[in-house]
Every structure is written in structure tokens, then in C-alpha cells.
Design a protein around this ligand. Structure first.
Ligand code: IMP
Ligand code: MG
Length: 200
């Protein structure tokens, strides 16, 4: 399989992602198994769309505790590679989370602003516990104090694409996560078919 030309280098391929996600899903299932006071012995997974989709798909395959899946759309990157720093809830939960145990499923924590906001919002709505699993952790990007309870991999302060991560809503469907070639991006023709891509 040829890599997408906008990928400078692959950080994690699908097999590595699946292996690590499986390991964490089992660890987190065990964590909830061991808690004495989980409301109705049921965890509400809250996936943060859209980036969580591929990761959450793999996570769900191996997460083995009673759960419901819910989603929110929270936007802080309005179509660019820089955060606007102002999270907005574009799609809210449609269930009550009063006294519920919540596990947020996120693609990446960068500045931490989005998840800090979401976490506070969920507590404000009455959640009993809020835990976070993030696929990636970009620690150097942190602007507010926020730590995931679990995460698969660390990444450096580079813009990543693939496996849920987009550049202008595109390339979320790559089966690997890699660093975006920002220089090539500037002149990239999105209308070209695969056979006409320049791999040089
Ligand atoms: P934060 O509020 O800065 O932590 O932003 C987190 C959100 O920014 C993530 O949910 C992603 O949607 C987006 N994001 C941060 N870094 C990247 C990246 O390298 N590639 C694509 N999206 C990113
Ligand atoms: Mg996101």
C-alpha cells in the first residue's frame, strides 16, 4: 500500500493502533469491573465527533463493560490547523447524565481547552464521574491543565492526519496516523484521482 502523498511519515499503523487500543480497552474494562459504585453498573461512553470515529470503533470492539454510546460535536478548530481557543458545543447529548459515570472518548488532547470545557460541562450537567481516554496526547501543546486518564500514544507538536484526524475535513479515512506534509499541502490539488497523485 502506497502512503498518501500528504503524509510525511507514519507514526502508527493500523496493527499498532489496534494492539494498543485493545490493551487499554481491557485495562479500562477491568478498572470499571473493580469499581464498587458505578451507577447501574453502566458506563456512558461519550465520543467526541468527528475525530473519535475510527478509534472508538476499535475501542468498542474490545471494551467489555456494560455501556451506552453517545456522541457530542465540539468544535475548537474551525477548519484550520490552529485552535481558536473557544470550544463550542455544536451537537449536545440527548440523554440525562445526572449521577452517571462517563468515559469521554477523544482523538487527541492538544491545548486541553476542548476537553477541559467538556469535562466541566458534563459535571455541570450532573455527571458523577468523568474519565477520559484519548487516542493521542500532544503534551507540548498544553495551555490548560488537563490529563487523560488513559491514552494510547504520545505525539510531538506536529499536525497529524489520518485515522480520524482531518485536514479541512479530509483524510480521516487513512488507516494509519501520520505527520502532515504542510509544504505539499499548500499546492495540493484535492480534485486529482489517485492515479494522478505525485508521490515524489
Ligand atoms: P485542544 O482543545 O487544543 O486540546 O484540541 C483538541 C482538538 O483539536 C482535537 O479534538 C482535534 O480535533 C484537534 N486537533 C489537535 N491537534 C490536531 C492534529 O494534529 N491534527 C488534527 N486535529 C487536531
Ligand atoms: Mg476532536
Amino acid at each position: 500500500m502506497k502512503l498518501h502523498p500528504l503524509i510525511k511519515n507514519v507514526l502508527y499503523n493500523f496493527d499498532q493502533i489496534e494492539e494498543r487500543t485493545k490493551e487499554l480497552a481491557k485495562e479500562i474494562s477491568k478498572y470499571y469491573d473493580e469499581q464498587e459504585d458505578i451507577q447501574d453498573n453502566n458506563v456512558l461512553l461519550v465520543g467526541i465527533l468527528k475525530g473519535c470515529v475510527p478509534f472508538m470503533g476499535v475501542f468498542l470492539k474490545y471494551f467489555d463493560y456494560n455501556c451506552e454510546t453517545h456522541y457530542m460535536v465540539v468544535s475548537s478548530y474551525l477548519g484550520s490547523t490552529k485552535s481558536s481557543g473557544e470550544p463550542k458545543i455544536l451537537l449536545d447529548l440527548n440523554v440525562s447524565i445526572k449521577d452517571k459515570d462517563i468515559l469521554i472518548v477523544e482523538d487527541i488532547i492538544d491545548s486541553g481547552i476542548t476537553l477541559k470545557y467538556v469535562k466541566e460541562y458534563l459535571f455541570f450537567k450532573g455527571a458523577k464521574t468523568v474519565k477520559i481516554i484519548s487516542f493521542l496526547d500532544k503534551k507540548e501543546g498544553r495551555k490548560v491543565e488537563l490529563k487523560p486518564d488513559w491514552y494510547c500514544f504520545d505525539v510531538k507538536n506536529e499536525f497529524v492526519i489520518g485515522f480520524g484526524f482531518d485536514i479541512n475535513e479530509k483524510l480521516r479515512n487513512l488507516p494509519y496516523v501520520g505527520v502532515c506534509d504542510i509544504e505539499k499541502l499548500e499546492t495540493w490539488d484535492w480534485t486529482l484521482k489517485k492515479e494522478d497523485w505525485d508521490y515524489s
